[in-house]
Design a protein. Structure first.
Length: 365
């Protein structure tokens, strides 16, 4: 069956329908990873977006359900050059076509993904439609594309009730703005009991449980739309509890402390982004997925200082907060299927927790 990708500038790509047979309007973005397509499909940070994979063959190792980053796909649509329908992998549970069908994710294959990515890089991220209607009317569709907004995506992907994972000696509160399951795994592997809180939980509720540390998770959308959440993050900042924040959590902490964020032209999405640690000069290869970034020029040095920068474009990739046990990163140290260069940041968080507990014990001795 034919399918069409229609962009808000009027460009139309013709290809083959894959996945569920339904029409969607979404923000069109691209990911440069060579592997990890299941993690992309199930990453809650892609809520409200349709993802184009730049690697030309997707699906060759099938779908391994235990690698999912959430219980179901979170993106709106999937765009590929070629879809492999015969996976070869002893771990594979199903083909990617079967996965897309099962979870009703629509998509398009057989288009010139290089041309699409080049267009998005030149003009910036655009809204688009995936449809199987051959009689579509551009004059009718284009106004709808230009008017599209992702909506309340954090509310869509966050858990509804508090729950606990693991039985470790450290108590970590994880605020779920769209958390990936591997963040929880990285914490439980480090002897943590992880209590996961819905995105709109109050700081008072979180602090009342007396956590040893707090994690602010990744998530989708424009951080400035999370007005009530930012106020709760501001209260967490004022506490003495060590805090580690990733991606959206990193942006929310910046906004809560008076800094600013802005939308990037086409964002960073992939598993090959180099970031430099400003304290050592060391460069790490990181996994990234964001369309917004903290404005380094708006950081107040008395409150926060840049800790990591992107080697490619110089944008902010991490912040250390002055006089506080708080550090945040834009990239994903929990990345699965990799790279694993920055996993040590979870160890740094554990060291911060242990030191704070020791100092707290001495104060009460």
């Amino acid at each position: 069956m034919k399918a069409f990708l229609i962009l808000e500038d009027g460009t139309v790509f013709s290809g083959t329908h894959i996945g569920a047979e339904k029409e969607i309007i979404s923000e069109i973005v691209f990911n440069t990873s060579m592997a990890g397509y299941l993690e992309v499909l199930t990453d809650p940070s892609y809520a409200g977006q349709a993802v184009c994979m730049t690697y030309p063959l997707i699906g060759n190792y099938g779908v391994c359900l235990e690698d999912m980053e959430s219980s179901h796909p979170c993106l709106d649509g999937f765009i590929v050059r070629e879809l492999s329908r015969m996976p070869s992998n002893f771990r594979s549970d199903m083909s990617i076509q079967e996965f897309l069908d099962k979870y009703e994710v629509p998509g398009i294959a057989g288009i010139d993904t290089r041309a699409l990515v080049k267009l998005l890089r030149e003009k910036g991220t655009m809204n688009g439609m995936i449809t199987t209607r051959e009689d579509f009317d551009l004059e009718e569709i284009l106004p709808k594309l230009k008017a599209y907004t992702p909506g309340k995506v954090v509310e869509r992907v966050s858990c509804r009730e508090k729950y606990v994972v693991g039985e470790g000696r450290r108590k970590v509160a994880l605020v779920d703005y769209g958390t990936k399951s591997n963040i929880i795994s990285c914490l439980t592997k480090r002897d943590c009991t992880v209590t996961v809180y819905p995105a709109f939980s109050t700081a008072e509720e979180i602090l009342a449980d007396e956590p040893d540390g707090i994690m602010l998770s990744n998530g989708p959308g424009d951080p400035k739309e999370c007005v009530s959440i930012i106020e709760e993050v501001r209260k967490l900042y004022r506490s003495d509890v060590p805090i580690f924040a990733i991606c959206l959590g990193h942006q929310l902490m910046a906004l809560a402390t008076g800094a600013d964020t802005f939308k990037m032209k086409y964002g960073h999405r992939g598993g090959n982004h180099p970031v430099r640690d400003l304290s050592t000069g060391q460069v790490y290869i990181s996994s990234q997925n964001h369309g917004y970034v903290v404005d380094m020029e708006k950081l107040d040095e008395e409150t926060a200082k840049p800790a990591f920068v992107n080697v490619n474009d110089g944008t902010c990739e991490g912040v250390n907060y002055t006089g506080k046990n708080i550090f945040t990163v834009q990239f994903h140290p929990e990345a699965c299927s990799g790279p694993l260069d920055s996993g040590f940041l979870f160890d740094r968080f554990m060291e911060m927790i242990d030191k704070n507990r020791e100092e707290g014990g001495r104060k009460h001795a």
